[in-house]
Write a protein that binds this ligand. Structure first.
Ligand code: T1G
Length: 696
């Protein structure tokens, strides 16, 4: 038997051990070629008389990230992964496997079908299929409950969460924790199998009795979640068949998997998975990032403290600058509080917090930024304040320092022009709370150097953020589109829809919170300031709704002032503010509005069409590189329902032609607001969707 080398699977035989190495960079995805190679390798080693035991391991970062996501939605190419795993489980010769790195989905299912499992330190394993709108479709719903406690199997599969190697061992998912590189650990595991020190068993032969109470409780819990998604529930239905002979249980699993594959949630969730990665593909990604070890954050308010927290967590040393010493100290306390909250959430430890805080210095002296690699300002949102600050920074900062502004809408070109080094100036628009929200809009000004953009990308990766490249315009990508559909919500409110109905309609659509509840949470004064800023340039033909202004004039800014659209005296319930209702009534009367009724469907149709229209303009102007970049902004910064994949992915479900028709119908009510974007008309004319523009 010679060593065989298929495209992605390498087999070597020595001393009665048949080694199978998965070698399909970057994540050993189990695509069609890999599946065939694996099946052939196991068959060949079973046929080789000199082989007494088979050991499987992965080259690279991990054993395997599971099935090849790029195959989903396309015709299945044999062999099915579940068939290959059944073949492995039925192997006459023992098959052991080494799990290292982050091994997920079909990769873990492969391990479950083997006769013993060895984890390596640092490994994490999981069955995240439900996060893609699927369920473990290669025997995972049948084998995991045979190896670990039933309720733990339900939890792992219905949540998709990963477990660390120690927990996996405690659960019984792993037989032991090995050592050494995967290749060595595989040889050791094979020898242990041969000398009887590693217990071998066929998972499928283990008989269990599913616990019906646990199943019922889990289904009830999942059925009450919003948005109601099918995948976790069907996954539990599959698990409920794990008391049957495994051949039967796998048949049921396969049926339910097929139903989910056809469910639009799968397309939306995988689009969201891809969106997080596609946005990294920008021209400047090829440039060499500058080294970032030290940073300053100027401004110790909520944003500055959040940004400082995020930078510390990314491993930078941070100097936080405030104008007065006591404010600087308060900012330091606030950063520590952020770390304490992470500990409460189980995401950090006291020693990690203490170590991170050692990297934080606070000062009132701007000259302390002189030697730092990066400076990010989070000062008052006013162009004069920011340009004055950048002019000072220009005279202090070392050559090559990256100068970032956290402005949420101001013109980064004007800020850059206040320095002699516009090539080093970039917009880094964080979303509050900056240490938790994953979205970072990287605003590239006209003269920003490519390596400064690449530096921002590298930094966002270290902060585990989703960096989306934006051009310069008022509000960049997210806030510009938000301003447009927020107006639509106000128009519907003035025309007769209650703000509570609008919120409920959009929450039923899948948003965590409706627009009025969000405005109360963010602070009504923020929108008020924006409207006042834009008032001088507001076109006369644009309808203006003054309801929010009237509420703000009373000092009612939402949650932070105890009332806004809603009352916040009892945090458990959301009650409309009677004074806000009175203001709505008065403004409707003042505007002489003929009240009309809106169905929830009307509300969602207008709100989403408004969002899609402005998003189309943002793509057409090149402010966003692709439609999927806009999707990423809304998925990671604005709570857009993940299973819908983002506003422009959702737009393709409606279709460009239908959207044009809708806008033309709405335009009869308000010709100025409702204008068909050219790009949408082009897509309708050429029978294309936004997805066709994502290939750029
Ligand atoms: N298939 C295809 N490509 C994948 C992939 C996969 N499963 N996982 C990652 N990639 C690509 C990714 O798009 C990126 O591509 C590159 O690899 C690096 O990924 C039958 C049905 C494993 C934790 O859900 O969670 O098995 O942008 O940047 O940060 O029951 O990738 O470079 O062109 O994310 O080190 C279940 C999904 C599938 C795991 C690594 N598996 N992947 O993170 O790298 S369904 C998953 C991840 C299934 C079976 C079912 C992460 C990672 P590009 P990356 P990373």
């Amino acid at each position: 038997m010679v060593d065989t080398e298929s495209a992605l699977i390498r087999t070597t035989v020595a001393n009665a051990i048949g080694l199978i190495a998965l070698n399909n960079p970057p994540v050993n995805a189990l695509g069609a070629v890999a599946r065939q190679g694996l099946a052939d390798a196991v068959a060949a080693l079973n046929a080789a008389s000199e082989v007494q035991v088979i050991a499987i391991y992965g080259e690279g970062k991990a054993l395997s990230a599971g099935a090849d996501i790029r195959e989903f939605g396309k015709p299945l190419v044999a062999p099915r992964l579940s068939d290959v795993l059944d073949q492995i489980e039925a192997s006459l010769k023992p098959v052991v496997i080494v799990l290292h790195g982050t091994t997920l989905g079909g990769g873990l299912e492969l391990a479950l079908a083997c006769h013993a499992r060895v984890g390596l330190p640092g490994a994490h394993v999981g069955l995240p299929e439900v996060t893609l709108g699927l369920l473990p479709g290669a025997g995972g719903t049948q084998r995991l409950p045979r190896l670990i406690a039933f309720d733990k199997a339900i939890d792992m599969i219905s949540s998709g969460r990963q477990v660390a190697v120690e927990e996996a061992l405690d659960l019984g998912l792993l037989d032991t924790i090995g050592e050494g590189p995967p290749h060595q650990a595989a040889l050791s595991a094979a020898k242990a199998a041969l000398n009887g020190s590693l217990m071998l068993r066929r998972t499928g032969d283990i008989a269990i009795k599913p616990d019906s109470a646990t199943i019922a409780a889990a289904i009830e819990r999942l059925s009450s979640k919003r948005p109601l998604l099918a995948a976790p529930i069907k996954a539990i239905q599959a698990i409920s068949h794990s008391g049957e002979p495994i051949v039967e249980g796998i048949k049921t699993e396969r049926r339910l998997f097929g139903e989910l594959m056809d469910n639009p949630d799968r397309q939306g969730l995988i689009h969201a998975f891809n969106a997080e990665r596609v946005v990294r593909r920008i021209p400047e990604a090829a440039a060499t990032p500058r080294e970032m070890k030290t940073a300053a954050v100027i401004g110790g308010g909520t944003m500055g403290v959040g940004i400082a927290t995020a930078l510390l967590q990314a491993g930078l040393r941070v100097t936080l600058i405030e104008m007065a010493a006591e404010r600087a100290e308060m900012a330091k306390v606030a950063v520590a509080k952020n770390f304490d909250e992470a500990i409460k959430r189980g995401k950090s430890t006291a020693e990690a917090r203490d170590k991170l805080l050692l990297g934080l210095a606070v000062t009132t002296d701007l000259r302390d930024v002189a030697t730092l690699d990066l400076v990010i300002e989070a000062v008052f949102e006013d162009i004069a304040t920011k340009t004055e600050l950048f002019s000072k920074l220009d005279n202090i900062c070392k050559s090559g320092a990256v100068l970032g502004t956290n402005t949420s809408y101001l013109d980064v070109n004007l800020i850059a022009a206040a320095t002699s080094r516009p090539q080093d100036v970039i917009g880094l628009h964080f979303f509050s709370p900056a240490h938790l929200m994953r979205l970072l809009e990287v605003v590239v000004a006209d003269r920003t150097a490519p390596e400064v953009v690449a530096t921002a990308l590298a930094l966002s990766g270290r902060m585990k953020k989703v960096a989306v490249r934006s051009g310069v315009c008022d509000g960049f990508i997210g806030n510009r589109i938000l301003a447009h559909y927020r107006k639509m919500a106000d128009y519907m409110l003035l025309d007769g829809a209650a703000f509570e109905q609008i919120d409920h309609a959009l929450e039923d659509f899948g948003f965590a919170m409706g627009p009025f509840a969000v405005a109360d949470l963010a602070g009504l004064d923020i929108g008020w300031a924006t409207r006042k800023r834009k008032a001088p340039t507001r076109p006369a033909e644009e309808r203006y709704v003054a309801i929010a202004d009237r509420i703000c004039e009373h000092g009612w800014f939402g949650r932070k002032s105890g009332r806004g659209y809603y009352l916040y005296d009892d945090p458990k319930i959301r009650r409309p503010n009677p004074d806000a209702l009175a203001i709505v009534k008065a403004e409707r009367a003042a505007a002489g509005v003929t009240l009309r009724r809106f169905t929830d469907q009307d509300i969602v149709a207008r709100y989403m069409t408004a969002m899609i229209s402005e998003a189309a303009r943002v793509v057409a102007e090149g402010v966003a590189m692709r439609p999927i970049d806009v999707d990423a902004v809304f998925l990671f910064g604005y709570g857009f329902p993940r299973h819908l994949g983002g506003p422009l992915n959702y737009a393709d479900r409606i279709g460009a032609a239908a959207l044009v028709e809708r806008i033309e119908a709405f335009a009869k009510e308000d010709r100025y607001y409702w204008q068909v974007p050219d790009l949408l008309r082009q897509l309708a004319k050429t029978k294309r969707g936004f997805a066709d523009l994502n290939q750029r």
